[in-house]
Design a protein. Structure first.
Length: 304
């Protein structure tokens, strides 16, 4: 059957990963990051991945920087969560350009831009080969995100501690890695798996709504589980001589404030950021491919 001349904005999961789909339709991510039924090139896809990934990182980094600094200061005892959040917001509002030149902002920007670009590029490359990108996306994306976050957390732990800078314990690195793997799994892997279930009985959400709800709620929900891991990783650095009873008490006393902060940072970082990243890739791919198809017959022969 000849494909429709007006492609739908989204592709369902089953069709997106159907490796035997007609060549004319292409094979694209279920969330519609790549336009179905349109000519495209790998070059265009990767260009879009880098531009949109960097732009999304720039969008979310200011808010995540403020929250991460406040969370680290709260656990170390350097300042309360509310006071640190207030100071960060005032600093950003007063001089956003100066704020975005600070090492703390640049570190967070590197984490998110690197994570989005890596996940986007892996997906584009594998879909270009008509291969399911889910597993490589998780493995490569998780490695990039966990590695970048461990580097950033090492810096933040030293910058906003109440003790003199020193090497982080190996256990802190391991706990940082565990925490971030949990977040990445629920941010990049689970949403396209959970979304189809929300579209079925008895919930029956529309696909855009199910995609949005999955992307926003899953990364936030896992923070309630990862808070003890986060607090323990910081306390091992700040109070290496503490007993298990003292660490347990710290986790209990700081749980809800840290949970609030971790959920708050997840909303721009992996919730709204993920939505903006998908939407931006979809729209920019369509725009660039329309321009290329209008001016170059060569690109009409290429497909993703």
């Amino acid at each position: 059957m000849k494909p429709s001349s007006v492609p739908p904005p989204h592709v369902d999961l089953a069709h997106a990963f159907d490796l035997h789909a007609p060549e004319e339709t292409g094979v694209f991510e279920d969330v519609g990051a790549l336009p179905k039924g349109r000519h495209a090139t790998l070059m265009v896809g990767l260009t879009t991945d880098v531009v949109v990934g960097a732009a999304t990182g720039l969008l979310v980094a200011p808010f995540v920087t403020i929250i991460d600094k406040s969370l680290t200061s709260n656990v170390s005892g350097r300042g309360s969560l509310s006071a640190s959040l207030g100071d960060g917001l005032k600093t950003f509002a007063k001089n956003p350009v100066s704020f975005m030149t600070k090492p703390s902002f640049l570190a967070v920007f590197a984490v998110f831009a690197g994570t989005y670009i890596t996940n986007n590029a892996v997906e584009t490359v594998f879909l270009h080969q008509h291969l399911n990108p889910a597993t490589p996306k998780f493995l490569i994306g998780s490695s990039a995100n966990v590695g970048l976050n461990m580097w950033k957390d090492m810096l933040f732990t030293k910058w906003f501690a109440t003790v003199a800078p020193k090497p982080l314990p190996r256990a802190s690195y391991a706990l940082f890695a565990l925490r971030d793997t949990m977040t990445v799994s629920t941010s990049f892997v689970l949403p396209p798996i959970v979304s189809p279930y929300l579209q079925e009985e008895p919930i029956r959400m529309s696909k855009p709504t199910a995609d949005f709800v999955s992307q926003l709620t899953l990364p936030c929900a896992v923070q309630l589980v990862s808070v003890p891991v986060h607090v323990l990783s910081l306390d091992l650095y700040n109070n290496p001589q503490s007993t298990m009873a003292q660490r347990t008490q710290l986790i209990r006393s700081s749980y809800w404030s840290c949970a609030f902060g971790r959920v708050l940072r997840t909303i721009p970082g992996f919730g709204m950021g993920g939505v903006v990243n998908r939407w931006g890739r979809h729209e920019l791919n369509i725009y660039l491919n329309e321009k290329l198809n209008a001016f170059s017959p060569f690109f009409r022969k290429q497909k993703i």
